[in-house]
Design a protein around this ligand. Structure first.
Ligand code: SMG
Ligand code: MG
Length: 377
């Protein structure tokens, strides 16, 4: 359902941005590279009624998408934040409209919108889950496993996560690191819920290799082809038994409607950052639910801020597949919230406190900050 009760506007006095460098507990390797430190922008909305927090989920380099940290920082400082400060009194539902003249930069917009939404909901004492339309108090937790040294190492890593209780495994694949890896995990663990994510690493010329994955009964294959290869994804879908799920390609609810109309996907990964905010994510959820298309909540190695928001989003009724909403310690030894998300019986709890329902650890926040700016009216 659409948001039924809008939030009251906040008076925006200023916005603080910080670039954080947070070490990962282990390197995370995808088809586009290896990360050992998470670089992320934390947003603090300073309002007359108190602070709100958001997260801009870019990476240091434009490898997953065209957005990257310094680009997001620049557009936020020069264009997006001044537009919001000019508006002065801002309801969370107006943020997207105010920022709409600026083309693209959806992750930057999403982080700003979340901070204002958090401030508004905290002021009202309303949890984000209730606001978005959550119908569950906890969400099933899947884990995304990076490319490992070899299939045997991958099996060891997957075993550890299964032992912890994760209810769905996703493994990253890349050309030459696909069939043997998937076979090793299937052989070791039998009929576990398993899916693969290619992060755009293939082309239609690889159709035979991708069709080999059909024999593993995967839940889905995520984003095999490039972001704008919608027609090729539709062609590929006709050649594969494995359902295609789009991630990078789905930059808005409209993009999803188009992709679904063309038969390019039968499952959708919803990431608020990629589509420009949690409100657009709800619209995307509603559209897929009406179309009978299963969705799940993707992850961008979020800190405790985005992780809390993702848990709230993933509790909406159309999220019928486990998402990449994992425990904080899957990535971080130390998070920037006082109570990082934990795995309990294969699930992550939806926070119940006002707004995001998590509190920032100011010492951790300062310790990880490498760049800071505050813009005031
Ligand atoms: O947050 O658990 C997580 C990461 C999930 O694999 C994950 N995300 O394409 O779905 C994806 C990747 C993008 C990560 S690049 C920063
Ligand atoms: Mg993906």
């Amino acid at each position: 359902m659409p948001i039924t009760r809008p939030a009251a506007p906040v008076v925006l006095d200023g916005v603080e941005l910080r670039v954080l460098h947070i070490p990962l507990v282990a390197p995370f390797t995808t088809s586009f590279g290896t990360e050992t430190v998470r670089e992320v922008i934390v947003v603090r909305a300073l309002t007359a009624d108190g602070d709100g927090w958001g997260e801009i989920v870019t990476q240091a380099a434009p490898l997953y998408s065209s957005e990257y940290t310094q680009g997001a920082w620049d557009v936020a400082v020069r264009h997006l934040i001044p537009a919001l400060l000019d508006a002065r009194t801002v309801a969370p539902e107006q943020v997207a409209e105010i920022l709409d003249p600026f083309v693209g930069h959806r992750m930057a917009k999403a982080g700003l919108e979340l901070a204002i939404l958090d401030a508004a909901l905290r002021a009202e004492g309303r949890p984000l889950g209730a606001y978005l339309g959550a119908v569950r108090d906890r969400v099933p937790s899947g884990v995304s496993v990076g490319i490992q040294r070899d299939p045997a190492t991958l099996v060891d890593v997957v075993r550890r996560y299964l032992d912890e209780g994760y209810v769905r495994i996703k493994i990253k694949i890349a050309p030459g690191r696909d069939v043997a890896e998937t076979a090793a995990v299937r052989d070791a663990f039998g009929v576990i819920p398993l899916q693969v994510d290619a992060n755009s690493a293939y082309t239609l010329a690889d159709v035979d290799t991708l069709a080999e994955l059909d024999r593993f009964d995967l839940l889905l294959i995520e984003q095999p082809l490039a972001e704008d290869d919608i027609v090729d994804h539709a062609t590929l879908a006709r050649r594969l038994k494995t359902p295609i799920c789009l991630d990078e390609s789905i930059v808005s609810a409209k993009a999803a409607a188009d992709a679904l109309a063309l038969g390019a996907a039968s499952v959708v990964n919803i990431k608020a950052g990629r589509v420009g905010g949690y409100l657009e994510a709800v619209r995307l959820h509603d559209l897929c639910r009406d179309a009978g298309v299963p969705v799940w909540c993707g992850g961008m190695l979020e800190t405790g801020i985005g992780r809390a928001a993702n848990a709230a989003l993933a509790a909406l009724p159309g999220f019928t597949l486990p998402g990449d909403v994992s425990a904080s310690h899957r990535f971080y030894a130390r998070d920037i919230v006082t109570e990082p998300a934990v795995l309990e019986d294969g699930h992550i709890a939806v926070p119940t406190g006002a707004g995001l329902g998590v509190e920032i650890d100011p010492v951790a926040l300062d310790d990880f900050t490498v760049e800071r700016i505050e813009l005031r009216r």
